[in-house]
Design a protein around this ligand. Structure first.
Ligand SMILES: *Cc1c(COP(=O)(O)O)cnc(C)c1O
Length: 244
């Protein structure tokens, strides 16, 4: 077990309240009614640090890997009502485990995975909320439905149509990661792009729920909120450098 000292724990608490405040401020500028959900990204972080954010009230935690997530979920079972968010690439063969323990899947990136998730969600007797991960930058190292060229968005429609008809998934919106950059403004066009893509899907499939936009991380969450994020995923700005 990694022990953390008082100074580290104080700093995590300060970071958490500071980020919450900045989220609220950014949201208020956009819309007084807007509620933005903060997912604290705990991948690569020790349990001791995670307990500090739970103590100050965090209840939405994000993990990238199924095994790492599951071991934390069992270790942190005690504090009730944590919603675990799968935000990393999910292999189809881990769909069952993910479905059993995660409240949300942000990283749904193929029809094959969607079918598996819907199948297992049925077995667990749940309707699983998912977001379609979209690659709006076109970077080849990124997962997600390739959506960098607006002219080709229509090619995504047949797959999306199949996914939203799966019986045990609830498609709630879209997720993306902007390319890494030290300047938050560089991310803005990608966030705008995801929002336009969401509007496009909503127009094509008006029956669906397309309200959720999961975008923005430690570096750029304020820009993401300005561009319509309803969920931001923040790790290091709260918990400090990842060690795992
Ligand atoms: C790691 C990660 C984050 C959080 O990144 P930070 O820079 O630590 O805020 C958010 N989203 C995804 C998909 C990630 O993999």
């Amino acid at each position: 077990m990694i022990a953390i000292n008082k100074a580290q724990s104080d700093s995590i608490q300060r970071n958490y309240f500071n980020i919450m405040e900045r989220i609220d401020q950014a949201a208020r500028v956009v819309d007084r009614e807007l509620k933005v959900r903060l997912v604290v990204v705990t991948k690569g972080q020790p349990l001791e640090k995670i307990r500090v954010v739970l103590d100050v009230g965090a209840r939405d935690l994000g993990e990238n890997y199924v095994e790492e997530g599951l071991s934390k979920i069992s270790a942190l079972e005690d504090p009730p009502q944590i919603s675990w968010h799968m935000i990393g690439h999910l292999q189809s063969r881990k769909a069952s485990q993910a479905c059993a323990r995660f409240a949300w899947i942000h990283s749904l990136d193929s029809l094959k995975l969607a079918k598996r998730l819907s199948h297992f969600a049925g077995e667990y007797d749940r309707k699983l909320p998912v977001l379609l991960e979209c690659n709006v930058s076109g970077e080849t190292n990124k997962f997600g439905f390739l959506a960098s060229q607006e002219e080709s968005w229509d090619q995504l429609l047949p797959e999306v149509a199949e996914i939203i008809q799966l019986p045990n998934l609830k498609v709630c919106g879209l997720m993306t990661m902007a390319p890494y950059s030290p300047s938050p403004e560089d991310a803005r066009p990608y966030f705008k792009h995801l929002r336009r893509l969401r509007d496009y899907f909503k127009m094509q499939f008006p029956g669906g729920a397309w309200d959720v936009l999961s975008m923005g991380m430690s570096m750029d969450f304020e820009v993401a909120i300005q561009e319509g994020a309803t969920v931001v995923r923040v790790g290091e700005a709260i918990l400090g450098k990842r060690t795992g």
